[in-house]
Design a protein around this ligand. Structure first.
Ligand code: PLP
Length: 408
């Protein structure tokens, strides 16, 4: 037996079934027209943003990292909840503009921005988080060509990283950002060229559950920003402090202590050096805002036994749930939170493997999990599916195509 990850207590049972937003899994599947289906909860997203605001200093703006979940109804919901959006491609730029989001509060990071993407972003008035000196100079040239003043920030490759981070994005040689010691000269250059100087972006890592690691990283970010601003010689207009707030995916994971992070940051904000006194601060979060608010529903199409083990074979799989299958940046595969949605409150009585419908042994959603007995026709729920599910999985693999999505 291998343990399953923890299921958020926001998920409830109605008539024995998993429910989201007051509706049963089977009703949601009927409404959406079938499985596989991603269901995102508006209430859970709202609650998450409200909890975050309550814990963080008022001065800290909250941005949404669009790549976690760019489903248009989610973007529209977010537009009413957060202060800004962070995008990572020209495709995401088109999505936020189509959703009517104000370009003034959009920033664009990413290590390989093409000229056409730079031009579209500058024309729209989006802030570019420049990832290299070369990219900064291309942006200045393009802005000059189209007669616009570009809004430019510099992404810093910090000389530290977020401890315990799921995905390390800073410290040492990296494709992201400009090495810290090169930042002041480039900042002075772009200010001298007449760009609208939008400050610094310092992202130190992702998926941290340890509050003390985040507090330490945020302290380091503020220290580095202050040092760089002094060297640049002007007060810093904006500081994007990165994100890194994690969610519990696996057995034994504890939710982040948000209050501890918030109070440490409040204390730092009360003692800012002069170069940061008038700075506008933000954090950028993806999975923390939407990850737990999403559930993936897939139907069991077959049940079989092989050498004493039970296999529940579903109509979804790694083509929508690459991370849950253990093939997206994990070293050792562990079970995500998963349940038999059709019997959500039933006692677990048997050990089963839940596998996807693809012809590869990689397509595994739960390994030797203790579950209520389930048959073909029953629905399976994979939790923590609100971020990096639909868009971070190879939906074209084996001709399967994308899953349905709804926001309820
Ligand atoms: C991916 C990314 C984020 C969001 O990360 P989460 O772990 O989803 O919060 C934020 N900022 C940058 C620069 C990113 O690349």
């Amino acid at each position: 037996m291998k343990p399953l990850g923890p299921i958020s207590s926001s998920y409830q049972t109605i008539e024995g079934e998993l429910s989201v937003g007051g509706r049963t899994a089977s009703a949601l599947v009927a409404e959406a027209g079938g499985t596989p289906l991603f269901v995102y909860s508006r209430d859970m997203i709202r609650q998450r943003v409200a909890d975050l605001r309550a814990a963080m200093p008022e001065r800290l703006a909250i941005h949404y990292a669009v790549k976690a979940n760019p489903f248009e109804p989610v973007l529209l919901e977010m537009a009413g909840l957060v202060d800004g959006f962070d995008i990572a491609s020209g495709g995401e730029l088109a999505m936020v503009l189509a959703a009517g989001i104000d370009a003034d509060e959009v920033s664009f990071a990413g290590p390989g921005k093409r000229d056409d993407e730079l031009e579209a972003a500058i024309a729209a008035g989006v802030t570019l988080n420049c990832e290299s000196a070369n990219e900064t100079r291309r942006a200045l040239r393009i802005a000059d060509k189209i007669g616009q003043i570009p809004r430019l920030a510099i992404r810093v490759n910090p000389d530290f990283e977020l401890r315990g981070s799921g995905m390390k994005m800073g410290g040492g040689a990296k494709p992201f950002g400009l090495d810290a010691e090169r930042v002041p000269a480039l900042a002075r250059e772009l200010i001298a060229e007449g760009a609208d100087w939008r400050g610094l972006h310092i992202f130190a890592g992702s998926q941290a559950l340890d509050a003390s690691a985040l507090i330490e990283a945020q302290g380091n970010v503020l220290d580095l920003a202050a040092r760089l601003a002094s060297e640049i010689g002007t007060p810093l207009p904006r500081l994007n402090m990165g994100g890194g707030f994690g969610i519990p995916y696996f057995h034994g994971d504890r939710p982040l202590d948000l209050a501890a992070v918030g109070s440490a940051l409040r204390e730092r904000f009360e003692n800012l050096p002069q170069v940061l006194e008038s700075t506008a601060f933000c954090i950028e979060l993806g999975r923390y805002l939407v990850g737990e608010a999403g559930v993936y529903l897939t139907r069991i199409v077959d049940r079989k036994d092989s050498h004493g083990q039970t296999f529940l074979i579903v109509d979804g799989g790694l083509h929508h749930q690459l991370a849950a299958s253990g093939n997206f940046g994990t070293v050792v595969r562990r079970n995500y939170p998963l349940a038999i949605a059709s019997h959500f409150d039933a006692p677990a009585t048997e050990e089963a493997n839940v596998v996807g419908c693809l012809c590869t042994p990689l397509d595994r959603l739960a390994d030797q999990a203790l579950l209520p007995r389930a048959e073909a026709g029953d629905l399976v729920a994979v939790f923590c599916a609100g971020a990096y599910g639909a868009t971070a999985s190879p939906s074209a693999f084996l001709g399967q195509g994308p899953a349905r999505e709804i926001l309820v």
